[in-house]
Design a protein around this ligand. Sequence first.
Ligand SMILES: Nc1ncnc2c1ncn2[C@@H]1O[C@H](COP(=O)(O)OP(=O)(O)OP(=O)(O)O)[C@@H](O)[C@H]1O
Ligand SMILES: [Mg+2]
Length: 295
Amino acid sequence: MLIALQSPLEHRMPPTVESTSPRAGRVIAMTNQAGGSGKTTSAVNVAACAAEFGYRVLVVGTDAQCDASVLLGYDPDEMEDQPTLHDVLIGAAGIEEAIVPASAGPAGEEESREIPNLFLVPESADLEDAEQILTSRLAREMWLRTILDPIRDQWDLIIIDCPGNLGLVSVNAIAAADQVVACVKPSTKELRAMTRMETKVDQISAAFAANGAKAELSYVLLVDVPTTRSQGAVYADSAEQAREAYGDMVLPSVRRSPRIAEAYHHQMPMSWYDRAAPVTADFYAVTKALGLRRC
Ligand SMILES: Nc1ncnc2c1ncn2[C@@H]1O[C@H](COP(=O)(O)OP(=O)(O)OP(=O)(O)O)[C@@H](O)[C@H]1O
Ligand SMILES: [Mg+2]
């Protein structure tokens, strides 16, 4: 069980920056106003593929559910002395102190392994207060951009996993991003909501352009896509609709697979849990379609 997969973190030091050379610092936000639309699964798996391709990648988890942290080996109840994003938010830690190496399997346990090139700013349940804390701040939409800007050139890629709503935390992520990926389960309901999301992303970039916000909805990622029509003709039809509406913005789909839930249980990205699974190949294809090639 997940609860048993816990580890002390006290011995973990913040990773040192190996290179001082400026990197591209591309920031991608994975978002959707709906919960359970595959944001975290996509964020973590694309990040793991990009790290394997040789990019230096940072995942920033922003959700009180802490799924990105769990998937990268950290148990939110066991963070103790390790600063999290919430500590950065309240000014108790700097962003660099909150960076930990990603782990395939529970961090610190013997059978687990550090994932080369992949790092995480972990979440904690107290991020539930984040909206409330931000509301009373000046420049409340710019907080994430402000903390990420000074470290951008240490990373090739920063992936922000957003919560399942378009509240202030997601607004921060969009304002900090160069590109926004909408993760969508191909259903009529979710596709209808895409227009609203596209408008919201444009509004955020327009409102904060002077602060550097420039993201637009760049990609649509269909996740949890049934592989046979018998699994759901409606899904297959709406996947087709998405391609008609968004054309080249639609990334290769990620098929439905029971291996996704298994990998979550084992706290690993798919490329570490089951390299040969067809759904793992989907994540490599998505990563390449984002322009990230083996380097
Ligand atoms: N390709 C897939 N095949 C099967 N199950 C999937 C797939 N992608 C995601 N899921 C499952 O769908 C559920 C939601 O996925 P995920 O947690 O990635 O979504 P989310 O958008 O991050 O959710 P939230 O808004 O709650 O943060 C999870 O149980 C996950 O295991
Ligand atoms: Mg999530």
